[in-house]
Write a protein that binds this ligand. Sequence first.
Ligand SMILES: C[S@@+](CC[C@H](N)C(=O)[O-])C[C@H]1O[C@@H](n2cnc3c(N)ncnc32)[C@H](O)[C@@H]1O
Length: 246
Amino acid sequence: MNERKELWEEIGTSEAYWAVATHDKFRASNLNSDLKEDFLASGREHVNDVWQTFERLLGNELKPTRALDYGCGVGRLVLPLAERCDHVIGVDISSAMLREAAKNAESRGLSNITLQTVDEFIADENAEYDFVHTYIVLQHIRPAIGYAMIETMLDRLKVGGHAMIHTTFVDKSPLFGRIRARLYRDVPGVHRSLNLIRGRTLPFVPVYTYDLERVRSIFRDRRLDILDEREIDHSVVGRMFFLKRS
Ligand SMILES: C[S@@+](CC[C@H](N)C(=O)[O-])C[C@H]1O[C@@H](n2cnc3c(N)ncnc32)[C@H](O)[C@@H]1O
């Protein structure tokens, strides 16, 4: 389950913010407190949007007691979730990301957040949540592992609970770019060597696509109703699923 941990430790140490919002202004060398606020504001907007969607679909207020944010990074979404839920558990493979998330939570005086590594999350077998959330994370995890993580998250979702699961399904980028990305992703050392030759330092962030029917069957097998689904086109096309465990 800790595949690519080294890569995410490296990214979390060198370019934690850029890895989430891949714009040059969020590179470590450019980051200042105003940009950090912009970055965190984008997380608040995302959570507001998820809330509005659920509340419109349900026709009532969503007020989870124990929420999970899987792949929480520096806490961009954990912080606004902590303002809306009694308790939030943020999980990440990278302890460097989790350290930054802890700093962000502390600087906002939020004490209802627990941060866990993936190993701690997996070991927490009896954990239950009434809200499960993961956004722009599964796309970076090899599907064989990602399907198992979706299953684990949803097995722990309480009856009556809600989930927003996002992952990617179709890569629409041009053929050459797709082949190059596969090479960087699947052949060890290629991207690192090119970086050395070109004097660049940016790490390569792998992206995978999932099988839509397999993901739907995970929902079906766990008796989850798809309340709504929304396509997200970031050149690799994904979907946000809004789910309820009846
Ligand atoms: C693009 S960032 C998104 C962070 C956060 N969800 C957000 O939207 O701000 C992807 C995050 O997934 C984490 N990640 C990568 N592989 C993971 C895995 N197998 N399990 C848990 N987290 C993982 C990375 O460390 C990184 O923090």
